[in-house]
Design a protein around this ligand. Structure first.
Ligand SMILES: [Zn+2]
Length: 432
């Protein structure tokens, strides 16, 4: 059991939504958001720190006090100098990968207007590139120029996938401790910051470290930094930090990020426990689960991308799930408001996502060709599948079922982004 879950978690694609910026852009189209077009001034992290290190320093202190109070043993406390802090100081204080440079870029919407100068996606991150039909259109913006608030928020909800959470396990001075799941290098090295398996059954929790993920920690830190930036009139950074917090929240709306083996129910576990060939079962379950996860992501990312350039009912419906629905997440029967904590945001997401995981898994299995969802010899990633051709084989009835189920996850993802924005007070700062 231990090795099975460790393997599954290690081999899962660590992306949740291939295009976070589009998920977030659509979430801002909700009727409750009035400030997406408000212009904000582009500001480098060096200028931010030169102007107002003190507020950020206090936010960092408050975050470590919170970690201590909640009994976390996965940190070594860091500080940010109150004056003269550098970019390296901020990255260390946040315990992010020292190699990142926090560039002044924006992602361009499919067919959308430009605010800066086109550059290769590598200008944003070595991890960002166009894959098949999935675009990666990036532009660079000049410090001091004005750009829409919504573009800043949408763009930087991608940033936690750009490298600052990758391969952190060798930086022992950060105190993250032993890696609970995922591989030490490559894409899945960031998994414990982007997946939160709080709803596995008692047995798997007892036998694994799957419940040692750190998503609430990331959300808490970036909520605090966003509030500090807004409170000192640095709207660009208020939005950018809020976008980072929103990334993790959106991730947890993805059922494969909240449930390690969605297809595994009690009969499966019983079969596994008495089987003489556990290795084969492990490998096959892992492969099937990864294939479905990839299919789901690509279907969603491509459909969302097409919703900007194509005029069909299916993609319009997909986009509408993000812009309609409740303004904020529901937590124990009530909508979350400005006082919501990182832990409440996480809890409001992982419960519904984990419950939805077996349903979406089954819907994917029945919607897509069995050669892709039921054949453990098939490796989606290796096969370099073009999602356009796969979708052409899906029947209208199956597409409809898939859309309806996706809508449930998207309603949560949209509300997740908006909840973060309510907590950091974006409306009060940006609406006029
Ligand atoms: Zn992520």
């Amino acid at each position: 059991m231990l090795s099975l879950l460790a393997m599954v978690a290690a081999s899962h694609p660590a992306y949740a939504w291939g295009h976070h910026y589009l998920v977030s852009h659509r979430a801002l189209e909700h009727e409750g958001i009035t400030w997406a077009d408000t212009p904000v001034v582009v500001e480098s992290v060096d200028s931010l720190l030169a102007a107002d290190s003190a507020a950020l320093s206090e936010a960092i202190d408050a975050h470590y006090a919170w970690l201590l109070a909640r009994g976390s043993d996965r940190f070594h406390r860091q500080v940010l100098p109150r004056e003269g802090a550098t970019r390296a100081d901020l990255i260390r204080a946040c315990r992010l990968h020292p190699g990142v440079h926090l560039p002044l870029v924006l992602r361009v919407l499919p067919g959308g207007e430009r605010h800066g100068f086109p550059v290769a996606p590598e200008a944003a991150s070595p991890y960002l590139h166009a894959v098949g039909p999935l675009l990666a259109d990036v532009e660079v913006t000049r410090e001091g120029s004005m750009v829409p608030a919504g573009a800043v928020f949408a763009t930087f909800t991608d940033e936690p996938d750009w490298g600052f959470d990758h391969e952190l396990w060798g930086y022992t001075e950060y105190g993250y401790g032993p890696q609970p799941f995922g591989k030490p290098r490559g894409e899945s090295s960031k998994a414990p910051f982007h997946m939160q398996f709080d709803h596995e059954n008692l047995l798997t929790r007892a036998l694994t470290d799957l419940d040692e993920a750190m998503v609430p920690e990331r959300i808490d830190l970036f909520l605090r930094l966003s509030e500090a930036a807004f409170s000192t009139d640095h709207d660009y950074w208020g939005l950018r930090f809020a976008a980072w917090a929103a990334h993790y929240a959106e991730d947890l709306a993805q059922p494969y990020h909240s449930r390690a083996v969605p297809s595994a129910r009690l009969p499966w576990y019983l079969h596994y426990m008495v089987s003489g060939d556990k290795e084969t079962i492990e490998a096959e379950t892992t492969q099937l689960s990864a294939n479905r996860h990839f299919l789901y992501e690509d279907f969603v990312a491509y459909g969302l991308q097409q919703s900007y350039v194509e005029d069909t009912a299916a993609v319009a419906t997909l986009a509408s799930f993000l812009r309609t629905g409740p303004a904020t997440l529901n937590y124990r029967g009530s909508p979350l408001g400005p006082d919501a904590t990182a832990q409440q945001i996480v809890d409001a997401l992982t419960g519904p996502a984990a419950r939805h995981a077996p349903i979406i898994d089954e819907t994917l299995r029945t919607s897509f060709p069995p050669s892709m969802t039921e054949d453990p010899q098939f490796d989606y990633e290796q096969a370099q599948v073009d999602i356009r051709q796969v979708l052409a084989q899906v029947s209208p009835t199956a597409q409809e079922a898939l859309l309806a189920e996706t809508g449930k996850d998207f309603a949560q993802a949209g509300a997740a982004a908006r909840t973060v924005l309510v907590v950091v007070g974006a409306e009060a700062r940006l609406a006029d």
